[in-house]
Ligand binder design. Structure first.
Ligand code: RIB
Length: 313
């Protein structure tokens, strides 16, 4: 099978209903703050990455688990409108869809609590149904809002079909199958997740970032991307660390910036771009996304990303 035949991007992960409130500041323990705007949109790290990949030009298959309610049905229609293949989505009649409560401050910083709901009913057996697709798959993308064994099964299967694997280890919480890091081609983490995996405080300065990258490298992943918000991305690849600046923009909501980054990174790599070109494409897409409210509503289309890159050349 030639590389040309491998055009699919398979995303295995979560789908949530997001309830978003804008607040003057993120509340302290015990504090009540008055909201200044409320909306309900669709999110979940897996679904957000699938939407970002599809809008930026990828042929995307999403594997996730949703409930049997009206909101889940609306979510599925949205995926189809974005051209995502939904045949591998599991719909569980008596379950409720994953739900996230998101608070956003005026600088676009957020605070998220997510209840997994149907996401935690996505089993390794559900994931195994993707096997017939894998000889046509360029990239498999996973996160960590589904059961750990389902993440592991997705990575194992992808490796057995020589599919490039990207693991966005988000959100950070203990993972029982540590050998999966050596089955991951590219690990993508933010500062909090990097601190968790590297066993240190979230790295901020360049020196701390380099230390975190080398510590995570010991887990067995060859290429690691640490996304650093306005400071850009630091990439450990072929034993060297490269810092790539962010595109300066006025952020209104950083929710799903990492998801847009991962989805568009996958697309660019699936098209045969170099890692650093793919990072630039993903950085542009994620810069656009933070100028818009919401998770899936903020994911840009291909023409927008190309126009943005052209304007910043
Ligand atoms: O990464 C952002 C996402 O995290 C939100 O859409 C929310 O659903 C949570 O999963």
């Amino acid at each position: 099978m030639s590389q040309q035949d491998r055009s699919l991007i398979v995303v295995v992960g979560s789908a949530n209903v997001d309830y978003i409130m804008q607040v003057p500041h993120l509340p302290q323990k015990g504090e009540t703050v008055a909201g200044s705007g409320f909306s309900q949109t669709f999110g979940g790290k897996g679904a957000n990455q699938a939407v970002a990949a599809a809008r930026s030009g990828g042929k995307v298959v999403l594997v996730c688990s949703v409930g049997g309610d009206a909101l889940s049905n609306r979510m599925l229609s949205g995926f189809q409108k974005d051209g995502i293949q939904t045949d591998f989505i599991v719909q569980i009649p008596n379950a409720y869809c994953g739900t996230a409560l998101i608070l956003i401050d005026p600088e676009g910083n957020n605070c998220i609590a997510a209840d997994p709901g149907a996401n935690y009913l996505l089993t390794a057996a559900h994931v195994e149904r993707i096997e017939p697709l894998l000889s046509r798959t360029a990239v498999l993308l996973v996160q960590y809002e589904i059961p750990p064994e389902s993440v592991a099964r997705a990575l194992e299967l992808a490796v057995s079909y020589r599919v490039r694997t990207i693991w966005n280890f988000a959100p950070a919480h203990p993972y029982p199958y540590m050998d999966m890091f050596s089955k991951t081609d590219i690990l993508v983490v933010n500062e909090t997740e990097a601190g968790f995996l590297a066993g240190m405080d979230p790295p901020e300065e360049d020196g701390e970032v380099v230390e975190a990258l080398y510590r995570m490298h010991e887990l067995g992943t060859e290429t690691i991307i640490l996304t650093r918000g306005v400071k850009g991305s630091s990439v450990l690849t072929e034993g060297k660390v490269i810092h790539i600046g962010a595109f300066p923009v006025q952020a209104v909501d950083t929710t799903a910036a990492g998801d847009v980054y991962c989805g568009t990174l996958a697309v660019s790599l699936s098209e045969g771009r170099t890692l650093l070109d793919a990072v630039r494409f993903a950085s542009a897409a994620s810069a656009i996304s933070v100028t818009r409210m919401g998770a899936q509503p903020s994911a840009p289309y291909r023409s927008e990303i190309e126009g943005f890159l052209e304007s910043r050349r």
